[in-house]
Design a protein around this ligand. Sequence first.
Ligand code: ADP
Length: 590
Amino acid sequence: MDVKPTIKKNNNITCNIAFTRYEIVKHVGEKIFGWKLSNDEEDEKWDILWTDCAVPPEKLAKMHPYQKINHFPGMYAISRKNYLAMNLSKLKKKFPNEYNFFPRSWLYPCDLNDLKLFMQNKKNCYLIVKPEASCQGRGIFLTKKLDSIDPNGRFVVQEYLNKPYLIENLKFDLRIYVLVAGCDPLRIFVHEDGLTRFATEEYSKPTQNNFEDMCMHLTNYAVNKNNPNFVHNEDPDDDDSGHKRSLQSTYDHLSEMGYDVEALKKSIDDSIIKTLCSIQPTLAHHYRSCQPEDTANAMCFEVLGFDVILDSKGRPYVLEVNHTPSFTTDSPLDWKIKKHVIRDALVLMNITSRERKAYLKKQKELILKRAVTGKLEKDSKEERQIKSNLLKQKRDRWEQKHLGSFRKIYPSESTEVYQKYINYANDMYQEWTGGNLAKSKKVLIQEKEKEREREREKIPRKVQSVKDVKEQKKHQIIEKNKDDEIMRTRCSSIPILVSPTETERPNNTVFERLSKPSIKKYKSSRAPIFPPLVYYDDNNKPINAKQLHPTARIINGYFDSKALINRNIGFKMMAPKVFQFVFEKNSDGQ
Ligand code: ADP
């Protein structure tokens, strides 16, 4: 049922749609909200940017506080199959009875031993094998034999749920639209509208004869639409026929069959919250390191597509989370449902031009003040906290009145129940990134420093001889070695929570983590850490490095960072324009 919101059109708002291919997004922006659309990739003067790609932290770091973007940096931690499996499995180890809403999963080849053990005990069990970074059912297959999996590939392998709930003998999955409106703290909404996608061949348990029939075992629209059996839904009001139906039609069906739909929705909501709790610290870390001054917690929002399957008892399992759920509108039903979801999400995000005007006015005042006083005024921590609380209250009021067809699932009265998952995920995140180690090192150094201070206060000052200083240095080295030893013992007492086979670190995460805080560090670092790629001689003429004598070195050489940028994207942020470095002559004098 559509709850139509009242929307005041506002052509003072610019929505950049240069990075989206979805017509429905443009339609909602222009026709429903009356916004100006900008199709210019270079244009930075937008109020809202809707993109179909993940957002790197640098993008968020460059944004003004009034701007909004439809992704959170770090959402890959659940939107990529391997990270989702990894993150949920970690929490499952700690909370086995609470994190049991997704199929048992293994990362291949990392978890091969575990997988072999599982298969030894369950002889007739089918596995579903998914390439770790694929989508739309591409490359997915069923198997009982581990040796049929490419040993050089990287997959997520799952226990195949072979007793799904069937409607008209067909397997189906539910597409639930979830709005994450803030990450620190989390704000989560679930839309009442959604889709049910059906397989196009009647279901039977996987056997030697049918395990390759993807139109029986997969419910992806992309797979099934090519089957001649596929029936398109032509009438948006007739939402319970064809192979793509509304979510509501399935709820109605389940209700008719005597299922408690409200309990089912609660159970789905619970799985969604738990999934997001598992990565809240990752999202918050990215957000805060990119926008440390932000008080509104509203610069990013994201419409996620949760794929949920029901087993024969009507129990939901989360299969996948899509960070860019398809907003293609192949049928009138698609158009209707996706329009409602996007519209209601944008209403909830309360995009106005007031914030931009207020921000620009404040910036002007600050610049003027700075010109007079020479100081840049900044809000104190307390002031920021007060502002943040006020904004939160204002936002709560807005959201309460403008839910549309969304229901708020987090925070709620039962928020406290979920805090332990976030806390644990946070501990895991600190382990992962070495945050705990850094913290305990810092604490140890501070403790030592205080101790030394106390010692110094006790001893009356006297003039030190060279011998004394040498002795003192020696003592300091011994003390440092002791500290290191303590650190080693402390670290070894930290339980290894990630098995050695699971220690794959996402490269981009490391880069993302390094990118912002490390800019200063690398700016001041010395050139030799970079490969000398292009040099200029004293007359500023470039020298081709290949033409140089192999033993030659450059005197007063210049290093061109552009070449580096092309070669190594990882240093893009860090490389200053030009490095100058002086090299000595080689011993053979060239
Ligand atoms: P993709 O991103 O390629 O769509 P999914 O993980 O969503 O990959 O899987 C595609 C389809 O395969 C699902 O829509 C579902 O029908 C089926 N499927 C996936 N995992 C399982 C599972 N563990 N048990 C049963 N069916 C599954």
